[in-house]
Design a binder for this molecule. Structure first.
Ligand SMILES: [Zn+2]
Length: 282
């Protein structure tokens, strides 16, 4: 059975992101590993959630372990970096760590896990979080370091492999489809909310994010795993969106509509390639 390795920045990126896909492949017999770069220490947390935990990192580690069990993950490992926060200014944080240092730790896990498929953040870090971008860059760097994959930057900020390296894993970026985001922006404006100040901390600029185009090469049907994804997301109780934004969040981040989307970076897609329905057999 294939081995999938998801590499993301924070506890919750796996569930709020491609949780349905991870649950589906785990249920279908794949070994699905999660490599999490930080323990989400910079997340803002309502104090009631901290009951019984030393700090935010310990709470969010427990939330991730809960989600991993729900999703059926084979293993969770931490890279041990500190969450940078959305402004990327926390001391000694991931976003301020040289890419070579982050890549070296990722490379060690790649050599240990030997995945067939790797999933990580897109070049824009999904919604621009500096830790997501740092992890994305470090994964590319690690692929070059251990497999010799060279990368071709494309206009607009996207990136694909220059050539296929047969012994390197397939690499996908998790993508938020922008047409849904544009609809969400329209709905926010219609209901008197500011799409440039979105999210729990009102620091997410949806208008800018919607301009970051990443081509979708794979659309995975996760309709049968939506309840699993919901239960895994519920494990991250301290990070759930607050109040009346949540239905827009669901639309924006495509929770609940039955599909998750990915952009393939290695092997690079052929021109006019048809949309894949699986992350396997690329
Ligand atoms: Zn994150």
């Amino acid at each position: 059975m294939p081995t999938l390795l998801a590499i993301f920045a924070h506890p919750d990126d796996e569930s709020f992101g491609p949780g349905g896909t991870l649950a589906r492949y785990a249920a279908e017999g794949a070994r699905v590993h999660y490599l999490c770069a930080t323990r989400g220490e910079a997340g803002t947390v309502d104090t009631l959630h901290l009951n019984g935990y030393r700090d935010v990192g310990e709470l969010r580690t427990a939330e991730l372990m809960c989600a991993a069990q729900v999703l059926g993950l084979a293993d969770v490992q931490f890279l041990g970096f500190r969450d940078s926060g959305i402004r990327g200014d926390a001391p000694d944080c991931l976003a301020r760590t040289p890419v070579e240092v982050v890549a070296a730790r990722i490379a060690a896990h790649l050599e240990h896990v030997r995945p067939d498929v790797v999933i990580t953040h897109d070049p824009f870090g999904g919604y621009g979080h500096p830790d997501h971008i740092a992890v994305h860059k470090a994964v590319l760097h690690a692929f070059t370091q251990i497999y010799g994959v060279r990368w071709r930057p494309l206009p607009g900020g996207h990136v694909v492999a220059q050539e296929t390296v047969s012994h390197a894993p397939t690499l996908f970026f998790f993508v938020i489809p922008k047409q849904w985001m544009k609809l969400g922006i329209w709905l926010l404006r219609l209901t008197g909310q500011d799409p440039r100040r979105f999210g729990r901390n009102r620091d997410i600029d949806l208008v800018q994010i919607a301009s970051w185009e990443v081509p979708v090469n794979a659309r995975v049907d996760v309709r049968r795993y939506l309840s699993v994804k919901q239960r895994a997301s519920a494990c991250h109780a301290s990070q759930l969106p607050l109040g009346r934004q949540s239905w827009v969040s669901q639309l924006l981040f495509r929770r609940g509509n039955g599909a998750e989307h990915f952009s393939r970076a290695h092997p690079a897609p052929h021109p006019n390639e048809r949309l894949a329905t699986t992350l396997l057999h690329a």
